[in-house]
Design a protein around this ligand. Structure first.
Ligand SMILES: Nc1ncnc2c1ncn2[C@@H]1O[C@H](COP(=O)(O)OP(=O)(O)OP(=O)(O)O)[C@@H](O)[C@H]1O
Ligand SMILES: [Mg+2]
Length: 312
């Protein structure tokens, strides 16, 4: 069964379509990364999926429940870390979690067990008695993730979980998240601007802009779908005639010459040796040859650029 399924989900604010006919299927156990520029509709989508906001049109099922008709069923089964972490600064870490656990009617013994289970892997268990007011941002963020997981949700929404953290803290939080997911086997829906993060954590990625879903797939599918694989060659004797010959080769989509380096977008990277053989035959003295696939950042920028082009 899908953890999340939406059909033509739409929500406007005045004239602005914040989410525009979004159709999405996310199987259980997926770590789904929702990528998009500022104001593209990511948080609005989460609010729609949690039943915190009504759709104008279309429908959404979360864990099999209709978000419009059964929002309470959805909310008891989901955890969420939205833009504000919602922790009480004057309470200790353990008190924060305990308070939350009581809202979910967990027994005292279960609350204690769960607090230990969550805080130990996050390296916060020893500090559970401290009021969190003076904790660092990264520590609070970890605690906020723990809070969202407290009642053992089947699905968790994390809206920019690593925003504002330094690279070391965000990498640590990513590792913690990855091990918690592996341990608990839950579904995660997270938003991020950090493409490297999506690449590391997520097995499925969706790209959204202006409320439109531009692409969905695994990071590697998106890379190969969107961007041509690249071949780089450096060497001596790359004349303008040779450049012209390369340009007219059917394998080559695009050629650029950058600082004495040939950069070629190929249709099929597995046939790159044909190009190299031709260059050698034409008298090029090759220093280095290497291949590179586009990273998610290239893909993302390309999709957003294409969408801009279409909208104009
Ligand atoms: N309650 C609201 N009232 C009016 N407009 C809203 C409201 N909530 C969101 N919007 C608008 O909807 C659009 C999408 O906003 P949303 O918060 O979903 O973007 P986002 O992708 O989460 O952006 P960010 O990356 O900056 O968090 C924006 O143009 C925003 O101004
Ligand atoms: Mg947002």
């Amino acid at each position: 069964m899908n953890a999340i399924q939406t059909h033509q989900l739409t929500r406007s604010f005045g004239n602005l379509k914040a989410v525009d006919r979004l159709t999405l299927e996310i199987p259980r156990g997926t770590v789904f990364g929702f990528l998009g520029p500022n104001g593209s509709g990511k948080t609005t989508t989460i609010r729609l999926l949690l039943g915190l906001l009504d759709a104008d049109d279309g429908s959404a099922q979360v864990l099999g429940f209709d978000t419009r008709k059964q929002p309470d069923e959805v909310r008891v089964r989901c955890g969420a870390l939205l833009e504000h972490h919602g922790l009480y600064e004057r309470l200790s870490a353990a008190e924060n979690l305990d308070y939350y656990g009581r809202i979910w009617r967990m027994s005292k013994a279960d609350r204690e067990k769960r607090i230990r289970e969550l805080l130990e892997p996050l390296d916060l268990y020893e500090r559970r008695g401290e009021p969190i007011g003076r904790w660092s941002r990264g520590m609070k963020q970890k605690l906020a993730v723990a809070r969202a997981l407290m009642h053992r949700p089947e699905l968790i929404f994390l809206d920019e979980p690593t925003a504002g953290l330094d690279p070391v803290a965000s990498s640590a939080l990513r590792e913690d998240l990855a091990s918690l997911v592996a341990q608990e086997g839950m579904t995660i829906f997270l938003t991020t601007h950090n493409l490297a993060e999506a690449e590391k954590l997520c097995n499925q990625v969706g790209v959204i802009n202006h409320g439109n879903l531009l692409a969905v797939g695994s990071p590697s599918e998106l890379r190969s779908k969107t961007s041509a694989p690249r071949l780089y060659v450096t060497g001596q004797g790359i004349t303008s005639q040779i450049l012209e010959d390369v340009k007219s080769n059917a394998l080559v989509k695009r050629v650029q010459q950058q600082n004495g380096k040939l950069v070629m977008d190929l249709n099929d990277l597995s046939r790159s040796h044909e190009i190299v053989t031709k260059l050698v035959g034409a008298g090029v003295q090759i220093d280095e040859v290497w291949k590179e696939k586009a990273d998610l950042e290239d893909v993302f920028l390309q999709l957003v650029e294409e969408e801009k082009g279409e909208a104009e």
